[in-house]
Write a protein that binds this ligand. Structure first.
Ligand SMILES: CSC[C@@H](O)[C@@H](O)C(=O)COP(=O)(O)O
Length: 389
């Protein structure tokens, strides 16, 4: 079975699946410039921390490959690349993957060996360094997610002694699957891996108001993969734990991350913090799946995270395919509907910060990090070079 792909890339061409049209329509947009990538990210046609970074990096690679840089000197070429990256960085502020990717791409361009080269070879060498580094981000993300899946599944198996005879159920929030990454996914990647090992009883996913990444995207991915799953509204999580935890053996909430800071505080989709509080109350483990590209060791704690606030219409209006009176969904017709008085004041933070005290494990592609006896996360085991100050 083919897997879902949010991003299709070959050198010189980038196609991005329009996630606003899912699950009813599969439409890929060609994204060839930094401006097009900025709009694609800002409007959330692509979303999810790793996917945002990949699209930004590759769109600029396509732009460079197709002659977008008219500079002739190495200094001007690097200045051009950096200015385009600085522009892209502003598209969405909370997910750190984009900033981390940009720092890495700038380094790659600057590290180009230029001895003995003049125009146009020197310029070509810099463009190539950039393009290869951008392509590497795409390839590495898929590798990372597969490792996160394996580490996360191993940690859960060991915590719960899960066996095919005594499988485990989990709850997830937002979308962290193939659609939010280059493939496999992070939190959803763990769920995929647990399922592949025959250890998953059931996956519950939240609707994830206001943008419905859970109902539009995660439930779509779960159905697509044939994983046993149930959709709930965000407000049903407490009742789910109270009524079904024992019967369904619900062991963990597994979520992704937009930014994990030095002390382990984690910014993720709005509603994550509420789930962490509920999980602690009900004795359910709370697990964050985060590639090291989502870790920001320069920010001490959650107070330093900038939270993106989005427009009121995301709460007061909703869009989807039209449902006919007989219950059939007409995927050729979509409608936008007002679901609140349009004059009401709205507060719409896209993310919240879960304090590290409520997090049991942070699963990275280099291993699972848990708190020490002092109650602190120590990322030196997975990021030794960045941990040292
Ligand atoms: C692997 S994706 C991790 C996070 O980016 C995800 O959980 C999330 O919060 C996405 O938010 P979004 O606003 O849809 O980009």
């Amino acid at each position: 079975m083919a897997s879902l792909q949010a991003i299709k890339y070959s050198r010189g061409k980038l196609l991005v699946l329009d996630q606003l049209r899912l699950p009813h329509e599969h439409h890929y947009d060609e994204v060839s410039t930094a401006e097009e990538a900025f709009e694609c990210i800002r409007s959330m046609r692509v979303r999810g921390a790793p996917a945002i970074a990949i699209v930004a990096a590759l769109a600029h690679a396509v732009e460079l490959q197709n002659g977008g840089c008219t500079a002739t000197t190495p200094e001007d070429t690097i200045a051009y690349i950096e200015s385009r990256l600085d522009y892209l960085k502003e598209s969405r502020p909370t997910a750190v993957d984009l900033s981390n990717a940009i720092a890495l791409l700038k380094l790659a361009a600057r590290a180009t060996k230029l001895e003995g080269l003049a125009y146009p070879e020197a310029k070509e060498a810099i463009l190539n360094s950039y393009i290869e580094a951008a392509e590497n981000i795409l390839a590495k993300d898929l590798e990372n997610n597969t490792s996160i899946g394996s580490y996360g599944a191993a940690w859960l198996q060991q915590q719960f002694n899960a066996t095919p005879d005594r499988p485990l159920s989990v709850l997830t929030h937002c979308n962290t699957g193939s659609l939010a990454t280059s493939g496999h996914g992070t939190a959803l990647g763990i769920i995929r891996s647990v399922h592949a090992q025959g250890l998953l009883k059931h996956a519950f996913c939240t609707e994830t108001r206001p943008y419905n990444q859970g109902s539009r995207l995660t439930s779509f991915e779960l159905v697509f993969e044939g994983i046993p799953a149930t959709l709930i509204t965000d407000s049903m999580a407490a009742a789910l734990f109270a009524q079904q935890r024992a019967r369904m053996n619900i062991g963990a909430v597994i979520v992704g991350a937009d930014r994990v800071v030095r002390n382990g505080d984690t910014a993720n989709k709005i509603g994550t913090y509420a789930l962490a509080v509920l999980a602690r109350h009900h004795g359910v483990k709370f697990v964050v799946a985060a590639p090291t590209t989502s870790i920001d060791l320069d920010t001490e704690n959650g107070d330093g995270i900038k939270i993106e606030e989005r427009k009121p219409e995301e709460l007061t209006q909703i869009s989807g395919a039209v449902v006919e009176p007989d219950g059939k969904v007409d995927t050729t017709r979509t409608a936008r509907v007002a679901i609140a008085d349009q004059r009401i004041a709205v507060w719409n933070p896209a993310f919240d910060v879960t304090p590290h005290t409520l997090i049991d494990a942070i699963v990275t592609e280099r291993g699972t990090v848990v708190k020490g006896a002092d109650g602190r996360f120590d990322f030196s085991q997975v990021l030794p070079e960045r941990w040292r100050r």
